[in-house]
Ligand binder design. Structure first.
Ligand code: G3P
Length: 221
């Protein structure tokens, strides 16, 4: 399973990239707005830092302008995945950009039917939003199960299932159990994945016992 981080914050991306656990980055207009920084400059910097796919979203809603924006974003770096919304204009744009060899991430997916269309349009990634479905009393993970099953039925569907709108570690675990290709995880959730109270307790005990020996692995006292 691949891990992307869902943020446009350069400091957070740098910190997580240094762990060696990052396979890519996803941004969206809301995350960019939160930084208060210039969009194109920010995306350029992220692409310089991270080798894997970096999703940058178009903000137009009509096909022609989406395509122009998508091409401009794709020109920033070779690891850009142009993010388009799951609308008919977005799908049309996805098809043209994908045919040109540009990675496309189709976002705001809330149904298996929409995911089928994104795969037909040649998307590199489909982004189903699990947290936002859970928020309104639907089962976000059931959507992931449906999409994974459908995509597995057709070898010509090459689209990767990128689980988005992740809110907590259980979303990541459930997505992994279902065989989703990628989780895009907020920095706080990524950091929470490593935490276990028994790890902390066990380490404290090991270190206390080790101290009693008076030894040092690297020598000296
Ligand atoms: O990048 C898209 C997605 O992950 C949004 O998450 O928490 O705003 O629903 P959220």
């Amino acid at each position: 399973m691949k891990f992307f981080v869902d943020t446009a914050d350069i400091a957070e991306i740098t910190e997580l990239n240094d762990t060696g656990l990052l396979d890519g980055v996803t941004t969206n207009p809301s995350l960019v707005a939160k930084t208060g920084k210039d969009f194109v400059a920010t995306v350029k910097e992220i692409c310089r830092l991270v080798k894997g796919p970096v999703s940058a979203e178009v903000t137009a809603t009509d096909h022609e302008t989406m395509l122009a924006e998508g091409r401009k974003l794709a020109g920033i770096a070779t690891n850009i995945a142009v993010k388009v919304p799951l609308t008919m204009d977005g799908l049309k744009t996805c098809k043209v950009l994908s045919d040109d060899g540009i990675m496309v991430n189709v976002t705001l997916c809330f149904s298996p039917a929409q995911a089928i269309l994104a795969a037909k349009a040649g998307a590199s990634f489909i982004s189903p939003f699990v947290g936002r479905l859970d928020d309104i009393g639907h089962d976000g993970m059931a959507l992931i199960a449906d999409i994974v099953q459908i995509y597995n039925n057709y070898s010509d569907f090459q689209t990767e299932v990128l689980v988005a709108s992740i809110r907590h570690p259980m979303h990541v675990i459930e997505a992994a159990k279902l065989g989703a290709d990628v989780c895009t995880v907020p920095p706080a959730v990524l950091k929470a994945l490593v935490k276990h109270p028994l790890t902390d307790k066990g380490l404290d005990a090991f270190l206390a016992d080790w101290k009693k020996t008076g030894q040092s692995i690297l020598g000296g006292n």
